[in-house]
Design a protein around this ligand. Structure first.
Ligand SMILES: C[S@@+](CC[C@H](N)C(=O)[O-])C[C@H]1O[C@@H](n2cnc3c(N)ncnc32)[C@H](O)[C@@H]1O
Length: 615
């Protein structure tokens, strides 16, 4: 049987092989040839239809700042790409985890465990969407993706492919307390990951050291001070060089070092050899008055001889650390040093006096997430904190009075991520919004730090043949956000707003007929970065106020020319950017300084086609 290479010459074959070799990708490969391409991948134009009845009242009447979009995110992302390219500061998504339990659909088919191409379909499904999302990300933006342990490696390679060179790291968080899920191996999978990829200008916000930790304390005058620990978690064996006694030069009292928590500063009595002395010495800090020797409330310990000391160690009657662990033990070296010396009971700390630089300073976040009740604050890092998964389900039940969604993410987790990875004026996008936890987190964070973050949530209806009336986006996602805004049960509302939109596809050949003025007006306002107003069918000109100066209408859309249009546009003072299908007519009819005229819808359609065909 003739093969497909039979007719090729030797040179052609060599060229083919060379091309194949250079195309070989290091990293992830999936069966793209073997799976039917996603039928959703087409060049349809996508619009977002506004539904004012399902939207909240816009705050202060100026237009909606936040969006909830109902629809497949493949469509929504294409419309968003037209409106938000390069403007999203934080993308936070929690996609289906490829569990095999029909958690995502490909070509309208839910994928189960036994599907031969299950992993490839999942990768292709995510790949297409991540490529669209990439273009939305600002240069200083970050994308964070939640994933379970099983699929973490696959997703990381996929992310590396879509966002080359942008990997920052991953957070790990504890999902449940204990659950011996694999009894045979005695293994409990209780953690998940959040992968972080970011643009060149991104930096974690961390947590401001802030004046909160500085306080006025007796004896320190009128400058607020913070007391920092001066130990680090190393033992007298691993860090013998920083295990040494300290004497208070003013009182002569001695302070033993904790055997499992040695000093963080080196001593001039045993200077480190061959290593740069990055930190200052303990003696220099003492001379500068930066070490706090707390007042002693009881007489010091005193051991007259070795027998006396040994007996005290045996009784446990020796100085102790902050956690009540003995500082003198039988296994420690140089115990004779302590004979005949007054030994203090108090523990030392470093006095940090408040300065403006410290106030502004940020602490880097750690690469893991601790439980809300865990003590995990290190000296250099501020750890993100989160509840376990169960708390998220309880919260939703509290908000709705019944169970409405399975496996939401904890609000505290999403909030910690929003706080660490978004600026106060950023737009936060979640295109696998589910029950809308990310939007709730944005509202809660804004309420706490007075931020202006906006959100764009995309959630599908999750309707199936068996349950055609299900509408997760309307009944859970939007409803949850509405309750968070207005308040629920005994919880005060966080304030805020959202416009409710639905994605709608229009085939290229129908664009001229079906691309209606209300849909165009919505896309135009989003693309220009204006708060969203609904289309007024009675108004000859649609006008939008400048976000920076709400008193001034600076964006206009003229679907049809009329004398009234000319009168209105002529009466507005200052710069106006007007869009119309008949720019020539408008320019001829009014010529006044500050009026710029552009063609719509052609411009949007051209941009859209370029965006889609460029994929
Ligand atoms: C893991 S859940 C997200 C849960 C969310 N983080 C929360 O806390 O509620 C993933 C969601 O993505 C939705 N989803 C799956 N495929 C989608 C698609 N193509 N477009 C939009 N949403 C989709 C699923 O229906 C599900 O609600």
């Amino acid at each position: 049987m003739p093969g497909r290479y039979d007719d090729l010459s030797r040179d052609d074959l060599i060229r083919l092989l060379e091309r194949r070799d250079t195309r070989q990708l290091y990293g992830l490969v999936w069966e793209r040839e073997g799976i039917e391409p996603d039928r959703a991948f087409n060049d349809d134009f996508v619009v977002l239809d506004l539904d004012p009845a399902l939207s909240t009242a816009p705050q202060d009447g100026r237009g909606w700042r936040n969006l909830v979009i109902e629809g497949d995110n493949w469509d929504a992302l294409r419309a968003l790409r037209l409106a938000y390219a390069g403007r999203i500061g934080c993308i936070l998504i929690d996609p289906p985890y490829n569990t095999g339990s029909q958690d995502f659909a490909y070509n309208d088919r839910y994928i189960g465990k036994d599907d031969r191409f299950r992993h490839s379909l999942w990768l292709e499904f995510l790949y297409r969407r991540l490529v669209l999302a990439r273009d939305l990300l600002a240069d200083d933006g970050a994308i964070l993706v939640c994933i379970n342990d099983e699929n973490r490696a696959r997703l990381d390679l996929l992310m590396e492919r879509v966002f080359p060179g942008m990997r920052i790291g991953s957070f790990v968080w504890r999902t449940k307390d204990t659950n011996n899920s694999d009894k045979r191996r005695n293994w409990s999978g209780v953690h998940e990951h959040i992968l972080v990829y970011a643009g060149p200008g991104f930096a974690f916000r961390g947590v401001q050291t802030g004046a909160g930790k500085f306080r006025l304390r007796p004896g320190f005058g009128d400058v607020p001070v913070r007391l920092d620990p001066i130990t680090k978690p190393e033992t007298f064996k691993t860090r013998a060089g920083t295990y040494y006694p300290i004497q208070n030069p003013a009182t002569g009292l001695w302070y033993p070092c904790a055997p499992n928590q040695v000093w963080r500063f080196w001593s001039e009595t045993q200077p480190p050899r061959g290593r740069a002395r990055l930190e200052t010495s303990m003696e220099a800090l003492i001379r500068a008055g930066e070490i706090l020797f707390p007042p002693e409330t009881a007489p010091p310990f005193f051991f007259a001889d070795r027998a006396d000391l040994n007996a005290a160690i045996a009784r446990g009657d020796v100085p102790r650390d902050g956690r009540n662990r003995p500082l003198l033990r039988a296994d420690l070296p140089d115990l004779d040093f302590w004979i005949g010396k007054p030994i203090a009971r108090g523990r030392l700390s470093r006095i940090v006096r408040w300065t403006e630089e410290l106030e502004a300073g940020m602490r880097p976040v750690g690469s893991w997430i601790a439980g809300l009740s865990e003590d995990a604050t290190g000296e250099e890092t501020e750890t993100l904190r989160s509840e376990r998964q169960g708390a998220a389900t309880t919260l939703l039940e509290h908000m709705f009075g019944q169970q409405v969604f399975s496996f939401p993410k904890p609000l505290s987790l999403m909030r910690a991520l929003v706080r660490a990875c978004s600026g106060e004026d950023d737009i936060v996008l979640d295109f696998f919004a589910g029950s809308g936890t990310t939007a709730h987190a944005v509202l809660a964070q804004n309420a706490e730090d007075d931020g202006n973050r906006r959100f764009v949530m995309v959630s599908n209806a999750e309707a199936t043949e068996a349950d055609p009336d299900k509408n997760l986006c309307r009944d859970v996602c939007a409803e949850r956000i509405r309750r968070a805004i207005d308040g629920y049960a005994d919880t005060q509302g966080l304030g805020g707003d959202f416009a409710y939109l639905r994605s709608r596809r229009i085939a290229q050949e129908d664009v001229v007929y079906d691309l209606d003025p209300p849909a165009l007006w919505t896309l135009l306002q989003l693309r220009q970065g204006f708060p969203l107003r609904s289309f007024d069918p009675l108004a000859p000109v649609q006008l939008a106020a400048d976000p920076a100066d709400p008193e001034r209408e600076t964006l206009a859309y003229v679907p049809q020319m009329s004398a009234e249009v000319l009168a209105i546009l002529g009466s507005i003072e200052g710069a106006v950017l007007a869009f119309t299908p008949v720019p020539g007519l408008l320019r001829d009819a009014i010529s006044r300084p500050g009026l710029t005229v552009d063609r719509l819808p052609d411009r949007l359609v051209q941009e859209f086609v370029r965006a889609v065909t460029g994929l």
